[in-house]
Design a protein. Structure first.
Length: 122
């Protein structure tokens, strides 16, 4: 889907309430199941979030409860992504340090004379 179409849909969705939003989500999932060309992208956190949300909707919980819970889950997912990024940065720095420590030091050789008079003295 092109970016202009996504932006137009997003503008229209912004004006709707959560109940209508879930109706639209149901319709999109129906269309996806019928016409999908590829699998939905997403990591484990996205799958867990969708499962929790679907379970809450199946239990006929109020929209406000679902929205609040999803807000908390989204916040937790952002924290986990931040922790993962920080952990990756630490690993990258450790790898760089290990690589620089494993490089052999240059062998010492004769030091060049500092000036012409040093080269002439015995």
């Amino acid at each position: 889907m092109n970016d202009l179409l996504k932006q137009r849909i997003a503008r229209l969705l912004d004006n709707l309430g959560d109940e209508r939003g879930y109706q639209i989500l149901d319709y999109i999932e129906f269309l996806e199941s019928k016409y999908a060309e590829r699998a939905r992208p997403g990591g484990i956190l996205a799958k867990i979030t969708e499962t929790v949300e679907d379970t809450m909707r199946a239990g006929k919980l109020p929209i406000q409860a679902i929205s609040g819970t999803m807000g908390l889950v989204d916040g937790a997912a952002k924290v986990m992504k931040g922790l993962a990024a920080a952990g990756q940065a630490v690993v990258d720095e450790a790898v760089k340090a290990a690589e620089s420590a494993s490089k052999p030091a240059p062998l010492p050789g004769p030091t060049p004379p500092k000036s012409d008079s040093d080269a002439l003295s015995p």
